[in-house]
Each structure stands twice: as C-alpha cells, then as structure tokens.
Design a binder for this molecule. Structure first.
Ligand code: UDP
Length: 457
C-alpha cells in the first residue's frame, strides 16, 4: 500500500517559463497543478513580460536580468521569433545560473527536487547538469509537433524557402511528415536558418533531459504517443489540458476586456464568430482588411480581438475599412484582449477563427467550439493540419487571408451540415478529454506518474 506523504516530504520545484503569453499561461497552470499535489513552487522568470506575482501569492517569484531591452526596439519590425528566443538563450545564461545556484546553496531543510524549464530555454540543460539538478522539459506544443519537428529535414527547408505558389513543389507533401505540405514548412520557418538552429538545439536538449511534460491528452494523440518514445528516449507525461484542473486563471499580460461577456449574453446560441490570432502573430494591413471584409459580408455577429500592434505598421484599428465600425454597429465587438477561455465557454460562441496556437486549439476543443484556422508560423501550421485533416473539427484557410475563402470557410462551419459533423466530432473529443481528467483516466494517471517520478529524485 502507498504510504501517504507527510509535510516533511514536501519539496520545492523550480519552474522557468519562456516570457511569452502562450508559454507563461500553461507553465503557471502546471505550477498550480503541482502545488496542489504538495510541492512548493518557485518561478524564475525573465524581466521581459514578467508575470504578476500578486495573482500567485502561494508561489515565490525570482526575476532575472534578461537584457531584453537591448533588442526590444526591433520587436515591431522583426518577425523572426527564433532570433529573440536564441538571444534569450544567450543573455539569460549567467543570471539564470547565478539565481539557481544561489537557491540551491540556501541553508534550510527544504530540498529542490528538480527544474522544470520551457523547452525553448534549451540552455538550461547544461546549467542543470553543472549543478547536478534533474531538468524536466515543459513543451508547450502538441506531441504531433514534437514528432514533426524531429522529422523535418532542415537542409531541404533552406531550399524550399525560395519556392513560390507557382512552383509545382509548393503544394506537395513533405516526405518525412506527409500530413504537412511544403507551403506549411515555408510558413513555419519565416527565417529558416535561425529557426533550424533553434529547433535543433531545443530537440537535442529535450532528448538530454530527465523527462518531458506535454500539455495534451493521450486520447487526442494516441498514435503520436506510441511513437514519441522512439524519438525522445526519456519519459513523456501527457497530463493536459492543464487549464481544466482549475477555474479560468489570470496570467494575462494584457488587461482582459470582460465587458464582452455581457455582450455575448445578448447573442443567440452558437451565433458568434470569435476571432483571435493570439499574443505574438502579426498580420499585414491588407490581411487585416480582408478579415474585416469577410466579417462584414457574412452578416453574423462577431467578437474580434485586435491586439495593439498586431497589424504591422498600425497602432490599433487605423487600417480598418472606412466606416467599418459604424456599419457594424452592435453586430460586432472589437477588443484589445478577451477572457478567451470564458468566451469559448459561452453558449453564444459558434466558432473560433484562430491562428492555431496550441493553447487556443486545446481551449477550443475543451469548449467544443469548431475552428477556422489561419496559422501564421511555428507549430501553428501543424496544429491547423491536425484540426482540419486528422480530427476534422475545423477548416483551414488554404489561401491565407482572402475574403472569398473566409466567407466560404465561415459558411462551412457555421451554416452547413459539415459544421454539424464537426460539432459532433469535437463533442466526442471533449467527452474523452473529461474522462482523461477523472481518477483513473489517462491524464490523471500521467500526473500521478509525474508526481511519483519527481518524488523519486
Ligand atoms: N488569450 C487570451 N485572450 C485573448 C487572446 C488569447 O486570454 O484575447 C490567451 C489564450 O487563452 C491562450 C493564449 O492567450 O491561452 C495564447 O496562446 P496560444 O498558444 O494560443 O498562442 P500564442 O499567443 O502563443 O501564439
């Protein structure tokens, strides 16, 4: 019989998220999950996009100097995300090592069990090895993405980058990962050299870690889970979706406009198109205008999150077509940031037009909301292919932001029989997901395994 843990067994876990919204949210959710299982929590974090410690009084926060300000002025124009993460992987080494070594040297009875670091902070493996501390990776993407990244031939990627729509290879499948087309890879790797270097470093240090935590659940990615241990020969823990363990959390870096909830209350069930492209993606002025035309022409209510700075060259809404807001009246709401989980859970929300970030995808599945996918970069094209072709719970805008394609996609999801079938499939997935979180379910079991594993260090 299992011996119950006593208070004296409680130990500290140190977590280190990458300083972006889509990485901070799941890391803090994971921290809450582990805290509820008796671990004390310290979050080491960069100064850039610092989480708000007052929302988490039960955690200890330790900021480190990231020197991000030295390159921050390039952010609005440089769309090369990998460049920033590579920069952080260099600028954070010394302050992170000093902070971690200082904590390990602190006198006291409490032992540090392990470091859980975002996979993107690959430099932390060498630091943890030096300090003889086990490092578990928190990977904020799907298992499918892990397998796809590992399979990609980075040498060919550099050649593909120069292909255009007119080239015959543009639409072809990628031999090493046939679900993806070459045009998806071009989208994923805006800057193939730095993306290739970054992914190679990240994957190597994931394989050198003591284990990987994925924010997914077994029943969603059953076949990927079967093959993951061949590619990543360390234990994998699939205990997602993290955000379902607790009520909607508050790690937003931008203030949420909660007035949208009372606006949603006034809309008919499943009538509203919710549009949001996440916290990092950027779109051009003409893409932004195509979104507006599509929403205008389709005639349905919509809630559109336009994050300040998302439109390249605009502060906020300057690029909207003339008189757009007046014409839409109360049919449409545009806000800077929404309480997304609650919006997706609202009965009025009928579909989610998303950039296919992994958190957004999981949140949509949890609330049974079918998707229209406009992936921009990174893992988003992989998620979008899974949504549209594997799980068949949404459609992908193959030709990007173009108002005729947009209207057709909205019609397919919101009005056609096809949309009904998507709803049935997504409800089925949601049922499986709920079961996975119950005692004895796959995610719940995986969490138990993780707790036992960490306790064994
Ligand atoms: N989000 C939010 N309000 C918004 C838009 C997004 O709270 O108006 C949250 C969303 O719920 C998700 C995260 O921001 O948890 C975005 O993560 P995702 O992986 O989807 O995309 P990323 O921002 O990393 O590209």
């Amino acid at each position: 019989m299992e011996t119950p843990r006593s208070v004296n067994d409680f130990r500290r876990i140190i977590l280190f998220p990458l300083p972006f919204q889509g990485h901070i949210n799941p890391m803090l959710q994971l921290a809450n999950i582990l805290h509820a299982r008796g671990f004390n929590i310290t979050i080491i974090h960069a100064e850039y996009n610092s989480p708000n410690p007052s929302n988490y009084p039960h955690f200890t926060f330790k900021p480190i100097k990231d020197r991000f300000l030295e390159i921050a002025h390039q952010l609005p124009t440089n769309r090369n995300g990998a460049y920033f993460v590579e920069y952080l992987n260099k600028s954070c080494v010394d302050p992170f090592r000093d902070c971690l070594a200082g904590m390990l040297a602190e006198p006291g009875e409490e032992k540090v069990a392990c470091l859980i670091a975002d996979g993107g902070f690959y430099f932390t493996q060498a630091v943890a090895d030096d300090l003889k501390l086990p490092r578990i990776v928190h990977r904020t993407s799907s298992l499918g993405c892990g397998l796809a990244y590992d399979a990609l031939p980075f040498n060919s990627i550099k050649d593909w980058f120069y292909l255009t729509k007119e080239d015959s290879d543009y639409e072809a499948s990628v031999p090493e990962y046939p679900l993806l087309r070459i045009k998806d890879i071009i989208k994923m790797t805006n800057y193939p050299q730095s993306m290739g270097d970054f992914l190679t470093n990240m994957l190597n240090q994931m394989k050198a870690s003591s284990g990987i935590i994925w924010n997914t659940f077994k029943e969603l990615e059953e076949s990927a889970l079967e093959t993951i241990s061949q590619d990543f020969p360390v234990p994998s823990f699939t205990l997602g979706p993290f955000h379902k363990y607790f009520p909607a959390s508050s790690s937003s870096l931008i203030e949420q406009d909660r007035t949208v909830l009372s606006w949603l209350d006034k809309q008919p069930p499943k009538s509203v198109i919710y549009v949001s492209f996440g916290s990092v993606a950027h779109i051009t002025e003409s893409e932004f205008q195509e979104v507006a035309h599509g929403l205008d022409n389709i005639g349905l209510p919509f809630l559109w999150v336009v994050r300040p700075g998302i439109v390249i060259g605009s502060e906020w809404l300057e690029a909207l077509p003339e008189n757009f807001l007046e014409r839409m009246g109360d049919r449409g709401r545009i806000v800077k940031w929404s309480p997304q989980q609650e919006v997706l859970g609202h009965p009025a929300t009928g579909c989610f037009w998303t950039h296919s970030g992994w958190n957004s995808t999981m949140e949509s599945i949890c609330e049974e909301v079918p998707m229209i996918c406009s992936p921009c970069f990174g893992d988003q094209p992989i998620n979008a292919r899974h949504v549209s072709e594997v799980w068949k719970i949404g459609v992908l805008l193959e030709d990007g932001f173009e108002s005729v394609g947009i209207e057709k996609a909205i019609k397919r999801v919101m009005m056609d029989k096809e949309g009904e079938e998507m709803r049935e499939r997504i409800s089925c997935l949601k049922e499986k997901l709920n079961l996975s979180l119950e005692e004895g379910g796959s995610s719940s079991q995986s969490l138990n395994n993780l707790v036992d594993y960490i306790s064994s260090f």
